[in-house]
Structures are given as structure tokens and as C-alpha cells.
Design a protein around this ligand. Structure first.
Ligand code: ADP
Ligand code: MG
Length: 263
């Protein structure tokens, strides 16, 4: 049974759908006429609730576009996206914003923290924007879980990159989203900080039943996921379950062979 807290809306209290994310023939083209780039070309996929999926592929293959379209940060030209059983495509801007705030968390490579706010203030920002009650004990719990329980009053410029990214993860998790999207979350971090971040994302899935989708170019980072989706030229180009870093690297090398340069 999912506990429905006082003041929480029914959509959040309701039992999560078995399919956390579904894309049906999603396409996205940037630019017009001879400059048009088909960043996503008819991508269909389904991710089960409580899974950790890595998305990999050559630079420019459409990974970030896929994530942005799936997270409602960008709109596909055609196709359908559903998150936690509810369609994200189709509504107006206000509906999309509400949808994102209620169901989606996002972690960016460059953290995207507000420099003038403290760790605690950055963390609760999504709750405040959604007009939700801020439970101080819950905020402390989330920040303690990412190892920052003693840094609540610090500002981003007083933190290391790894600590900033852990604040960003706390911010993504505090609203208890159904799906967390992370675009190269370890891309700017040293090996040890990267491992901390990957452990937290994996824990969000294994311990708390979240669904995480992470873009990465690092086979070691991808090996933390339950499966890897490969993209090439805006299309799905395979899937690897229970990935090892070696198997991922090998598949990536073949992917590069299969897509001739300059095409
Ligand atoms: P990846 O994350 O795999 O490197 P992207 O999804 O960022 O790839 O980009 C896919 C393709 O779409 C690339 O050719 C890129 O140049 C193009 N693209 C992405 N965003 C935009 C944009 N806002 N305007 C124009 N072209 C874009
Ligand atoms: Mg990208």
C-alpha cells in the first residue's frame, strides 16, 4: 500500500503504473528545410517501473533529445510519451509543467543549482515551485542520505563538484518522482565522486523503487544500470541486459563501425 499523505494529490498517492516510461514512434527534428536534423527518428521503447537504464551512443546520436522529450523538457514532432501511465504529449504548456513537477526528476551534467541559494533551499525548490508543503525532517533525511546532512546552510560555491551533484540528486528525489532522468550526471566528476553519484542513483531504484534513465558515455557508469539502450543516428540500435563495462565498450565500438562517419 502506498501511503497517501495529507495534502498530497491523488496522482502522487495512487499506485504507480507498471510501465514507468513508454515512447511510441517518437520523432524530433531540429531546424528547417536543408538544415533539418532528425535528432530522433521513430523511437519506441518501454521501461518497467523500478529499473535503472543507461542510454548510450555516439555524440549527436540523439541521447539528450531522447531524454528531454521523455522528461517533457522538449516536445516531439510526432509520437506519444507516457510517464507512469499518463500521456505527457498533447497537453498545453501549463499541463506539461505540472506533469513534470509531479512525476519527473532531472539531473544535469552541470548540476544547475542556484548559486544564491543554500543546499537546503536548492533541494526544496521543486516542492516550493509545485506549491507543496516542505517537510523539514524529510529534507534533512534526503540530504543525509546523499551525505550532506551537515551542509544544509552551505552555498554551491562552497561545495565540490561531487557534492553539488549530490545536492542535485537530492533535489531530483525530494518530490518522490516516478521517473528520474539524468543526462551525463557523472560527466564532470572525478572517479570517486562519480561512484558516489552512481551508487545513489542505483539506490534510488533498488531501495526506493524509483525508475532511473541515465545518459552516459562511460561504459563503467553504464555497468551500474540494469540494462543499456544503444542509440545511433536517432534510432534504437540494441539493448544489453545486465551490462558489464567490457560488454558495453565492445558494443559501442561495433556501433561506431556500423554508422559510417559523415552520414
Ligand atoms: P547526443 O546527446 O547524443 O550527443 P543530441 O540529442 O544532443 O545528441 O543531438 C542530436 C542531434 O540533434 C545532433 O545532430 C544535434 O546537433 C542536434 N540538435 C540537438 N539539439 C538541437 C537544437 N536545439 N537545435 C538544433 N539542433 C539540435
Ligand atoms: Mg547529449
Amino acid at each position: 500500500m502506498t501511503m497517501v499523505r495529507a495534502g498530497s494529490r491523488r496522482t502522487r498517492g495512487a499506485e504507480p503504473a507498471a510501465q514507468a516510461l513508454r515512447l511510441v514512434k517518437v520523432s524530433r527534428t531540429y531546424g528547417a528545410a536543408e538544415n533539418a536534423v532528425r535528432a530522433l527518428d521513430g523511437v519506441s521503447l518501454t521501461l518497467e517501473r523500478g529499473t535503472f537504464t543507461a542510454v548510450m551512443g555516439p555524440s549527436g546520436s540523439g541521447k539528450s533529445t531522447l531524454l528531454r522529450c521523455a522528461a517533457g523538457l522538449d516536445r516531439p514532432d510526432s509520437g506519444i510519451v507516457t510517464v507512469d501511465g499518463a500521456e505527457l504529449t498533447g497537453g498545453g504548456e501549463a499541463a506539461l509543467t505540472r506533469f513534470r513537477r509531479e512525476r519527473i526528476g532531472f539531473v544535469f551534467q552541470q548540476y544547475n543549482l542556484l548559486e544564491t541559494l543554500t543546499v537546503a533551499q536548492n533541494t526544496v525548490l521543486p516542492l516550493r515551485l509545485a506549491g507543496r508543503r516542505v517537510d523539514r525532517a524529510r529534507v534533512l533525511q534526503v540530504l543525509t542520505a546523499v551525505g550532506l546532512g551537515d551542509r544544509l546552510g552551505h552555498r554551491p560555491d562552497q561545495l565540490s563538484g561531487g557534492q553539488c551533484q549530490r545536492v542535485a540528486i537530492a533535489r531530483a528525489l525530494v518530490a518522490e518522482p516516478r521517473v528520474v532522468f539524468a543526462d551525463e550526471p557523472t560527466g564532470a566528476l572525478d572517479t570517486r565522486s562519480a561512484r558516489d553519484v552512481l551508487r545513489l542513483l542505483q539506490e534510488a531504484v533498488r531501495v526506493h523503487g524509483r525508475t532511473v534513465v541515465m545518459v552516459t558515455h562511460d561504459p563503467v557508469a553504464a555497468s551500474w544500470a540494469d540494462s543499456v539502450l544503444f542509440l545511433a543516428d536517432g534510432r534504437l540500435a540494441g539493448r544489453l541486459h545486465a551490462p558489464t563495462a567490457d560488454a558495453v565498450a565492445e558494443r559501442l565500438a561495433h556501433l561506431a563501425d556500423a554508422v559510417p562517419a559523415g552520414v
